[in-house]
Ligand binder design. Sequence first.
Ligand SMILES: NC(=O)C1=CN([C@@H]2O[C@H](COP(=O)(O)OP(=O)(O)OC[C@H]3O[C@@H](n4cnc5c(N)ncnc54)[C@H](O)[C@@H]3O)[C@@H](O)[C@H]2O)C=CC1
Ligand SMILES: O=C(O)C1=N[C@H](C(=O)O)C[C@H](O)C1
Length: 240
Amino acid sequence: MNILLLGYGKMGQLIGEIAESRGHQIAGKITIDNRDELDLLSSDQVDVAIEFSQPEAAVENFEWCLEKGIPVVSGTTGWLSEKPRIEQLTREKNGSFFYASNFSIGVNVFFKVNQFLAKLMNETSGYQATIEEIHHTAKKDAPSGTAITLAEGIIQNHQAYEKWHLTEESSENEQSLAITSKRIDPAPGTHIIRYHSEIDDIEITHTAHSRQGFALGAVLVAEWLKDRKGVYSMDDFLSF
Ligand SMILES: NC(=O)C1=CN([C@@H]2O[C@H](COP(=O)(O)OP(=O)(O)OC[C@H]3O[C@@H](n4cnc5c(N)ncnc54)[C@H](O)[C@@H]3O)[C@@H](O)[C@H]2O)C=CC1
Ligand SMILES: O=C(O)C1=N[C@H](C(=O)O)C[C@H](O)C1
């Protein structure tokens, strides 16, 4: 399959390597410096686009793909206020759009464990939940997209929490779930859910050792999305 890489930084380069090792061809490698190359590409040269750019570039990239009828897989975080509009545009154009805050299979297992733990803790008093995420210093958005998905998983399954907020310190007895973001090199991505009480703490942690899991997941999803129409997420792709 011919894959267009929209964004060719840390993620785009690794995705390109994995895609080629799986027998795919790279139709283009688009960065902030060569966007004009998109004008030369026609839709029959691209089977699917994999979009890992930056928050300010993502929406324009999606619109370009949807106009051209090219299925798009995106992992870019920090643009979610526009998500309802992009999903609507996908339906209007009869296109294909797949977004995940995290393409790693391990993190998606962690999302399910987080939801199950929140259900258990909903039946238990005296604990305050907080989320901590740690990433490399080049990361532009905070909190991470993954931390937002984790917060949504707790809010949907624990009556004490109605919303989340980004803060420098964890705070007690709030209906708003506190998320703290730390930027420490070279962390590819660590997420900690902590339930604190006076008696004890319960913690679950996912630590990415590299970007390999994110990149492989994005290529597997692109293979899956190629011949599908509609708006999809990891819940559609995974069997658990
Ligand atoms: N969903 C997931 O599993 C994961 C998501 N991410 C997200 O993916 C995104 C990219 O991450 P990295 O590759 O580490 O970033 P990076 O900074 O290494 O690369 C970004 C790429 O986007 C390009 N770019 C930036 N502004 C642009 C513009 N205006 N037009 C076109 N291209 C533009 C840059 O030239 C570069 O090629 C981030 O939003 C990050 O949070 C990262 C890892 C996993
Ligand atoms: O910017 C990153 O690097 C990552 N971003 C994603 C996020 O915001 O959750 C996924 C992963 O944690 C790495």
